[in-house]
Ligand binder design. Structure first.
Ligand SMILES: NC(=O)c1ccc[n+]([C@@H]2O[C@H](COP(=O)([O-])OP(=O)(O)OC[C@H]3O[C@@H](n4cnc5c(N)ncnc54)[C@H](OP(=O)(O)O)[C@@H]3O)[C@@H](O)[C@H]2O)c1
Length: 219
């Protein structure tokens, strides 16, 4: 199987590139092509001839998205649409990594896949819009929503806290308790590969919320 990864140079992309074995995996970062450029995306997909595409590339700076709304929608929504259209053009399956930010975070129980999207941030809205458009372009695509990713080789919450703790005697951090309960996110790379290699066709047409201790599939 041939796999193409957009966002291969990011936190999750590097982890996925390192973890994926047995298949021919091609990874692209922004230096290989800007996903906002539909022609370039199409060209990269045509040349890598993938059976499956994993789309991780995004503008992930949540505060930056608030300050740069147009850029957030251009990269996170239009860029994702460009990847989906290229996937459709060349007959590749698409897996899109989305976020719990598509919800408003007020629910006190785990979110179901068919809960209404109600993003409160620009980042969340840009990813929610991408989900809707991708489902229309490629009804068979797989959308996986995860929350805080952590791991070596990229900017992530534990890394930031460790750096701050090294320079300050005391830290004040405000977070929603449930957002800390995601220790298995570092396994997401293996889960993604597993979905592709061993997933039944049904599980590749899923909308999934990854939550602590379970992975709920819908659709
Ligand atoms: N990090 C989290 O906690 C978290 C939580 C939930 C969901 N997610 C989702 O998971 C995915 C991966 O997140 P991550 O933390 O691994 O992201 P990341 O470390 O910020 O990496 C972003 C990736 O996107 C690429 N990229 C950004 N803008 C691009 C553009 N205009 N054209 C082409 N490539 C572009 C970057 O390329 P270069 O590095 O080469 O510039 C990099 O490979 C994202 O879709 C994100 O929304 C992340």
């Amino acid at each position: 199987m041939r796999i193409t990864i957009f966002g291969a140079t990011g936190l999750q992309g590097k982890s996925l590139m390192g973890a994926w074995s047995d298949d021919a995996v091609t990874g692209f970062g922004s230096a290989d092509g800007d996903i906002r450029n539909a022609e370039r995306v199409s060209d990269l997909v045509r040349r890598s001839r993938p059976d499956g595409i994993v789309h991780l590339a995004a503008y992930t700076d949540v505060d930056g998205c608030e300050a740069n709304r147009d850029l957030a929608f251009d990269v996170n929504c239009r860029g994702a649409v460009n990847v989906a259209q290229a996937a459709r053009q060349y007959g590749a399956h698409l897996l899109f990594l989305s976020t719990d930010y598509v919800f408003d975070g007020t629910k006190t129980t785990p979110y179901a896949t068919d809960d209404r999207r109600a993003a409160r941030s620009v980042y969340g809205r840009s990813k929610a819009d991408a989900e809707v458009q991708l489902s229309q372009i490629l009804p068979d695509c797989c959308i996986v929503r995860t929350s805080w990713l952590f791991g070596a080789g990229g900017k992530c919450f534990p890394d930031t806290i460790l750096k701050l703790a090294a320079s300050r005697p005391q830290l004040e951090v405000v977070v929603a308790a449930e957002r800390l309960l995601q220790p298995r996110r570092r396994l997401a790379a293996r889960e993604t590969e597993h979905e592709y290699r061993h997933g039944e066709p049904e599980s590749l047409r899923a909308l999934g919320n990854l939550q602590p201790g379970n992975c709920e599939h819908g659709r």
